[in-house]
Structures are given as C-alpha cells and as structure tokens.
Ligand binder design. Sequence first.
Ligand SMILES: C[S@@+](CC[C@H](N)C(=O)[O-])C[C@H]1O[C@@H](n2cnc3c(N)ncnc32)[C@H](O)[C@@H]1O
Length: 490
Amino acid sequence: MEEHQNLESFLTWAAKLGISDSTTTNHPQHSLSSSLSLSNFPHSGGRGLGAVRDLKRGELILKVPKSALMTRDSVMEDKKLCFSVNNHSSLSPTQILAVCLLYEMGKGKTSRWHPYLMHLPQSYDILAMFGEFEKHALQVDEAVWVTEKAVLKAKSEWKEAQALMEELKLKPRLLTFKAWVWAAATISSRTLHVPWDEAGCLCPVGDLFNYDAPGDEPCSIGDGEDLLSNSSVHVTDLSNGGNTMLVDSEQLDSHSQRLTDGGFEEDANAYCFYARANYKKGDQVLLCYGTYTNLELLEHYGFLLHENPNDKVFIPLEPAVYSSSSWSKESLYIHHNGRPSFALLAALRLWATPQNKRRSVGHLAYAGSQLSPENEIFIMKQLSKICHAVLHNMPTCIDDDNLLLNAIDCQDFYTFMDFTKLMSSKDEIYTFLEAHNMKDAHSFTDKILSKNTRRCMDRWKWAIQWRVRYKKVLVNCISYCNEILDSFMK
Ligand SMILES: C[S@@+](CC[C@H](N)C(=O)[O-])C[C@H]1O[C@@H](n2cnc3c(N)ncnc32)[C@H](O)[C@@H]1O
C-alpha cells in the first residue's frame, strides 16, 4: 500500500517535470497516462513498462525533458559540489557521476530527485558483486577473470574518490564500499547515452524499460554476423568503462528510417522513446540498450537471456590459429546457435593450410569459401575436438547443472537433497551448504528463508544458468561440425 502511494507520488512528480507518455500537449497529472503503465513482468526483468493500448512500431511513447535528467551537470548546479569536484580533476566522468548520486542521496528529502531516488533498486545482482563462491560457479576462467577484474576496478575507483567524498562530508554510510558498489551498479545498469557527457544520464521513468536484444525485430538485417557486428554503432564511450544504454544503427526502422528505440533529441530538448515493435495492449514494452553477450549482460546488468542472438563463446585455440590470419582474437568465437563465426572458420581454414600455400588461397579464405573437402573435414574435426575437450574439463555436466538449478529452487531440505543425490558431482553443493551453515534440515529451513541466503542462491543460479548456456553452445557446435562432416560422407 505504502509502495503504491510512493509510486503514485513518483509519477505525479514526474508529470510535473513534463515526463509524459502522452502524445498530446495537455499536461496530465500523471506521467503514465496514455501509452504505458508500470507493471511487474516476473520472467523478463520484474518491474517494467507495459502497453496500455496497442502501440505501433515507431510511435513516440515517452518523452523525458532534459531538465528532468540527472546528469553530472544538473547535479553540479549545487555550488558546493561543483567547487569540490573541480578540485579533483583526475576522477573519471563515471566516478564523478557516482559521487553526484551519493551526494544527492545524502540530501534526503531536500534532493530535487528524491521521489526518483526512492525508486532505485536497493541492491543489485551485477557480476561485480558476485561472491567468491558464485564466481567459481561460473566455471570458465574467462568469466571468473571478468568478475575479479570488475571487483578490483570498483575497489580502486572507490579509493580514488574517497578524498572528494570526505571533502563533501558525505554521511559515513555513503562513504562505504557497499554504497559505492550500489552507485556504480546504478550507473552501469541504468544510465542512458547522452551526446554531451560520456558518463550518460539517469532518466526518471525512461530507465524503467527492460531489455530486448537487437537482432530479433522484424526488419533486422538477417544473421549476417560479421556485417552485423560492424553495423552496431555504439554511441557510448566504452573505453572509459562507461556502459550507457544505447541504440544500435541496425535498429533504424526500414520504413521511416528513424530510430525505433530512443535517444536524446536536440529539437525536442528531451529524451524520446519510440516503440521498437508493434505491441498489443498488456505486452511488455522493451528497449534495446545495446548488443551484449550474456557475460556482458551479467557483468553490467545482472541478468542474462536464455535466447541471446548476440551471445559468443570463446574457446582455447592454438597460438598458430591466431597468427595464421589477420582476424582479431575477439572475432574468433562460436555463435549462440553453435555456428563458428565467419572469422573463426576462415582462420581455421588458413591454419590448416600448409604455410607455403596460404598466400595463394588467402583470398578464398577471407571471402568465406571452403578451401578443399580435406581442409574442411580436418577443421571440423579439430573444432569438435576442442569443444569436447572444453566440456570434458568442466567440473560439472549440463545434466548436473540442471539438477542443481532444480535443487536451488527448493525450499524443502529433503527435496533439495533428493536432487543432490541424482547428481554425479556433489562438491559444489556441499561447499555451498557448508559455507552457509545449512548442512542439516533444521539449519537449512532456518537459513533458506533469510533474505541474504536467498540472494546468494539467486546469484549462484545466474552463474549456473550462464555456464549451462555456455556448454549448450559448445554442444551445438559439435552437432554443427557433425552435420558438416556427414555432408561430406554422402
Ligand atoms: C534499466 S533497468 C530496467 C528496470 C528495472 N527492472 C527496474 O525495476 O528498475 C535495468 C535492469 O532491469 C533488469 N532487466 C532488464 N531487462 C531484463 C530482462 N530482459 N531480463 C531480466 N532482467 C532484466 C536487470 O536487473 C537490469 O539491470
């Protein structure tokens, strides 16, 4: 009830700032009055925006005036903050935005954005906050390494910003690493790209759209993988570790040739959001924040997609594969459907060609052509062998992972243990039970209801879901190789 009232006052506050989903120019009392409504979508993002009527692709559905956006500039209209920030020029734009956010939080009810700040999540499940145990549950070195790097980065950025935060006399609870992680996660998962600030902006109401991957919409440019990855114009400056939600060039509506997602429009002096598809009344209205692999989604947003057309799986390759062609390491991967990337196929074909013949067939390999049946058979066997080896070296198999996912959903100790008994490898589950002091029915029942344990289990679940997707891609790649090999036998 209280939450509902808070929500109402947030949307009334938003309407006063001119945030509106209405296409007419009258000033509604409530920012969501004619196109969208706030709803819960338990299987795709939780809180999100739904269509209150049928929406047409390309239709303007939400407008957030510049004056309502929370940016470094708008927060730094506060003279004291501005003065102090100017003495700390070595901090990055994202670090400064994090300080601005914590500074505004410290103002409590006197903050201009108080109703908005009250609606931000209180905690996040972003990869950087996965604990030691869940990190290892990822099982893939590359993924564990990404997590470790994210934690180290957050720690060093927090330390660098300490002097400024102390100078601003932030309350002790806002000076903690926990508070910093909260601010960094808010920025990582909610900022939108703006052309004038690489840290991006926080956009009240506009940041309630949940994510849809590019590539699924009706007029996408097919699955011309390498073409597609180049056509994604990331407007954000990722070199700064910034991670603003953005719009891809491939989302240009083929009919109207205008963006079907959103962006800041100078003419309107507002952030404008457009329907990216036709929606029926009641559907969730989604936004594409960019092109992400599942690991990147976990790292920056704390979720993954079971069907992610942009997922990529990297496998260990011999150094000679990397040096056999000029393709970058990042382009040598396996697609979500198990197909090797264009570059991986070409690099393998050249690698399997005797060095003195590579020059003469290079043009064919770079054009994506097979070089000979023998060459193709050899590389398919090699690729399949690598995938088998990676799968074999993982501590658990997909069946065990699925049993583990079922066990994690259990609230009852005995059902939990029934699933465990079916697993061939039980180490992970015992380590978890031990670490959380849940080894018998009594302590299990006690702990399973605690918020902290539930959160740890939810994160553990994300980690397992990620590695299941990873393994499935490898299994699909093996099937792909077998299909090609079979076609040569006919
Ligand atoms: C910009 S916010 C979207 C609104 C958010 N659901 C809220 O309650 O404020 C982005 C966050 O929403 C969640 N999210 C967005 N899209 C999702 C999806 N397709 N599946 C699961 N979670 C999603 C993730 O937690 C992500 O970090």
